[in-house]
Design a protein around this ligand. Structure first.
Ligand code: ZN
Ligand code: FE
Length: 252
């Protein structure tokens, strides 16, 4: 029985390129750089089978052309975005099969960070790109606060045990910001301790889980009175609180 592993390959300052693999076969999500991926494949004698893309930003697709020169595999990418490489365009509810590692994902369309942003989901794993981070969410480069809030609210409905594979190591700063909104949230204080310990050992704070994010992530907790009060939003409506804390986080 081959064992699935999901390995973070660090890239740039704080990106993770997630590699899903067993002893022989691999799939890569958001390869912003090619060389660290090729290096890992070589060192572990792995065959690359396909590339999965969540959105069009350079730190997520920068390595695609070079990876395709290395091995001409299928690329899955969001249907509402344009790409210079050949790809299969996938949108809401599309199925992406990874037969070599016995996985299947469904696509969620989650506009907000970009308008075409997608995530890859099954009941155990969520590859959510720059939509949801641990204790944070992506910046609104293209979408409206309303679109992002809708997207995040969809993620709140997923199986709480779902593991979240976010693409940036932003957790320490996100937790520090979250504590300005909920200074006495015990789950958040515990998360801060855990994150400090992990980062001291230079270990990733990811994956996290939907359950942990529901308890700690202010962008999923906009209906909490304490967050509303500390956000200085005009009113307690979820959308105004979300908009206020997204703006506060931009300047934190
Ligand atoms: Zn991005
Ligand atoms: Fe990014």
């Amino acid at each position: 029985m081959s064992m699935l592993k999901i390995t973070p390959i660090p890239a740039f300052d704080d990106n993770y390129i997630w590699l899903l693999h067993n002893e022989t076969d691999a799939f890569v999500v958001d390869p912003g750089e090619a060389l660290p991926v090729i290096d890992f494949l070589h060192k572990n004698s792995l065959k690359l089978n396909a590339i999965l893309i969540t959105h069009h930003h350079a730190d997520h697709i920068g390595g695609v052309h070079q990876l395709l020169d290395y091995k001409n595999v299928t690329v899955y990418a969001p249907q509402y975005e344009n790409y210079t490489f050949e790809h299969i365009a996938v949108g809401e509810n599309a199925v992406v099969n990874l037969p070599e590692i016995a996985l299947q994902f469904r696509v969620l369309w989650l506009p907000g960070h970009t308008l075409g942003h997608i995530a890859y989901y099954n009941n155990d794993y969520l590859f959510c790109g720059d939509t949801l981070f641990s204790a944070g969410c992506g910046r609104l480069f293209e979408g409206t606060p309303e679109q992002m809030l809708d997207s995040l609210n969809r993620l709140k409905q997923l199986n709480p045990a779902t593991k979240l594979f976010c693409t940036h190591e932003y957790t320490a700063k996100n937790v520090a910001f979250a504590l300005t909104l909920e200074p006495s949230n015990l789950a958040l204080l515990n998360r801060q301790t855990e994150v400090q310990q992990l980062r001291q050992q230079q270990l990733p704070t990811l994956p996290c889980t939907i359950q942990l994010e529901l308890a700690t992530n202010p962008f999923l907790r906009c209906s909490q009175t304490e967050i509303w009060k500390n956000s200085h939003a005009e009113n307690s409506q979820e959308l105004s609180v979300f908009t206020a804390i997204r703006t506060l986080r931009n300047h934190y």
